[in-house]
Each structure stands twice: as structure tokens, then as C-alpha cells.
Design a protein around this ligand. Structure first.
Ligand code: NAD
Length: 298
């Protein structure tokens, strides 16, 4: 049986690991959170005491961690780096959204030991992770892309090969910058409509079927009560944290600076989300940006 080590069982990693177990993989899961481990166990995963224990002899090692520093420490720079225990024929699939430089650095460190690595950030949100319909955006060689297929297919629907190591991360950052702009615009438009007497659900439906239609309106409406399963209707809990969106917009700024590609809209979105975080909202879902536009006491 193919063994997959899964490190990082948060909002995204938890349901991704559960889908792998459901598809018949032997999943060895590890997270720093005891609660996340409990949930993974109840969903058919074996629980490991350490990341090293999970990764030893595994055929695939998947990580779904907050940022680049966590990925560097896990594989290369920490006290117990996984590249010390991963077998050479195994493939590391890092699904975290991180900077492309870290992805290239970790890929090169793995290559020195004969261990394959791909960056494979995802799109589709917690809903996509639960439904097994994520989009994977892969950076790595053709051979590594092919090797990753059986595992990625158990968690996703669309699997793209963006280019060599790091390319997956650049494409992902372009996408998330666009998403932040679309979410900010959607919040702005709905708030203005509601302030002028429109029903948010009716306005959302009109825009969805008109030229303003976009992903936020289709599956992630930011106005509470419009979409039953969206984070907005659950007190902006779960989903994709404001802090993580700010991290991604910081990555976009780095790419922009390194390549002299202008991103005026991305910069504006970053300022909006940072202002929202300054109000104590970093841990809320990013669609809570709507609150920045609303009158207090409304
Ligand atoms: P999260 O904060 O819910 O989960 C991160 C998990 O990693 C936590 O459970 C934490 O305990 C664990 N962790 C941190 N350091 C660890 C370590 N050293 N060893 C083991 N576990 C460790 O975050 P998330 O929303 O699941 O996002 C994870 C990644 O996916 C981020 O890079 C994010 O940008 C990206 N992403 C998130 C979404 C989304 O909608 N939430 C969508 C696409 C991509």
C-alpha cells in the first residue's frame, strides 16, 4: 500500500488528508495541534508522534503549512530536518503557499540527497479541500509532475504543470492577488447596494448573472446570510484567514519588486486587508473585509 506522510492538518490539510485516507492511501498524519490529530484519526489517518516518524519510509510526503519559514525548518533548517529521513525514491509535495525562492531552495536541498520535490499550491478554498475538487498548480520536472498524479488526483480536479520549481508558487500568487482584488471589489459593491436599500441576496444574484460576476459572488459571498455554507454565514470562522491573505499579498509585492511588474490594484488590496487586520481581524476569514466598509452600529 502507498504510504503518504501528511504534515499540517489545518483548515486545508485536515480535509485533504481525510480524502487521501478515503481513497485508500495509508496516511500518516502529523500536526502540532492535538485537536487536529484527533480529527485526522477519526477520519481514517494514522497519527504520528513527530514529523520524522510520519516521513520515515513514506512514498510521498505532503506539507500544508502556513508560510515559507515553516517549510524550510521542516525539511532543511530545523533540529530534525525531514530530508535526513526521507527515502530517495520518495516525492515531497509541498502544497503550502510560500515564496518561490524557498520552494527552489528546498527543491535543491532535496535534489542533493536524491529526493524529489514539487511545489504544488492549491486553489479552491476549504470547500474544495473537503469536496476533493482543489486546483493544484505544480512546479517541478515533467517526471516529478507525473509521479505526483495519483496523490493529487485523490484531492483535486484540475492539476496544472506551471513550469519548473517555484513556478507553481508564482502562478498561485498571481491568482491570489487577483482574488484579493475581486473580494475587495465585491465587498465594496455589495455594501454600497445595501446602503442604498438593496437586498444583498438580490443584488448578489443580479451581479452574478451580469458582467460583475466572479468567484467571490459564485461560491464565497462576503455578506452574512446570502450563502449558507460561506464563512460569512458562520461568523467568518474557518475558511482563509486575513493573515494568510496578507502573507500572499506580501509575496505578490516581492514578485512585483523583483520583476518590476506594476501591481497598483494588488497594492491597494494589500493596504485594505492590512487596515482590516489592524482592527483585530487577522484570524477571521478574508471575506470579513466587508466589515471594513460597513458603518459601525449598522
Ligand atoms: P491553518 O492555519 O488552518 O493550518 C496550518 C496548520 O499547520 C495548523 O494546523 C498548524 O498547527 C500546523 N503547523 C504549523 N507548523 C507546523 C509544524 N512545524 N509541524 C506540523 N504542523 C504545523 O492554515 P490553512 O488555511 O490550512 O492554510 C495552509 C496553507 O494553505 C497556507 O500556506 C495557506 O496560504 C494555503 N491556502 C489556504 C487556503 C484556505 O482557503 N484556507 C486556500 C489555499 C491555500
Amino acid at each position: 500500500m502507498t504510504t503518504v506522510a501528511f504534515i499540517g492538518l489545518g483548515n486545508m490539510g485536515g480535509p485533504m488528508a481525510a480524502n487521501l485516507a478515503k481513497a485508500g492511501f495509508n496516511v500518516r498524519a502529523f500536526d502540532l495541534s492535538a485537536q487536529a490529530l484527533e480529527t485526522a484519526k477519526s477520519q481514517g489517518c494514522d497519527v504520528a508522534a513527530t514529523a520524522q516518524q510520519a516521513a520515515t519510509d513514506a512514498d510521498f510526503i505532503i506539507s500544508m503549512l502556513p508560510a515559507g519559514k515553516h517549510v524550510r525548518v521542516l525539511y532543511v533548517d530545523g533540529d530534525a530536518p525531514l530530508f535526513e529521513v526521507i527515502k530517495p525514491s520518495a516525492l515531497v509535495i509541498d502544497c503550502s503557499t510560500i515564496d518561490a525562492d524557498t520552494a527552489r531552495h528546498v527543491a535543491a536541498a532535496g535534489a542533493e540527497k536524491g529526493i524529489g520535490f514539487v511545489d504544488a499550491p492549491v486553489s479552491g478554498g476549504v470547500g474544495g479541500a473537503q469536496a476533493g475538487t482543489l486546483t493544484f498548480i505544480v512546479g517541478g520536472s515533467e517526471e516529478q509532475f507525473a509521479q505526483a498524479q495519483p496523490v493529487l488526483q485523490a484531492m483535486g480536479k484540475n492539476i496544472f504543470h506551471a513550469g519548473d520549481h517555484g513556478a507553481g508558487q508564482v502562478a498561485k500568487v498571481c491568482n491570489n492577488m487577483l482574488l484579493s482584488i475581486l473580494m475587495a471589489g465585491t465587498c465594496e459593491a455589495i455594501n454600497m447596494g445595501v446602503k442604498n436599500g438593496l437586498d444583498p441576496a438580490v443584488l448578489s444574484e443580479i451581479m452574478k448573472q451580469s458582467s460583475g460576476g466572479n468567484w467571490a459572488l459564485n461560491v464565497y459571498n462576503p455578506y452574512p446570510g446570502v450563502m449558507e455554507n460561506a464563512p460569512a454565514s458562520k461568523g467568518y470562522q474557518g475558511g482563509f484567514q486575513v493573515d494568510l491573505m496578507i502573507k500572499d499579498l506580501g509575496l505578490a509585492m516581492d514578485v512585483s519588486q523583483q520583476s518590476a511588474a506594476p501591481i497598483p490594484m494588488g497594492s491597494a488590496a494589500r493596504s485594505l486587508f492590512t487596515l482590516h487586520k489592524a482592527g483585530g481581524n487577522g484570524k477571521l476569514d478574508f471575506s470579513s473585509l466587508l466589515q471594513l466598509y460597513q458603518d459601525k452600529g449598522e
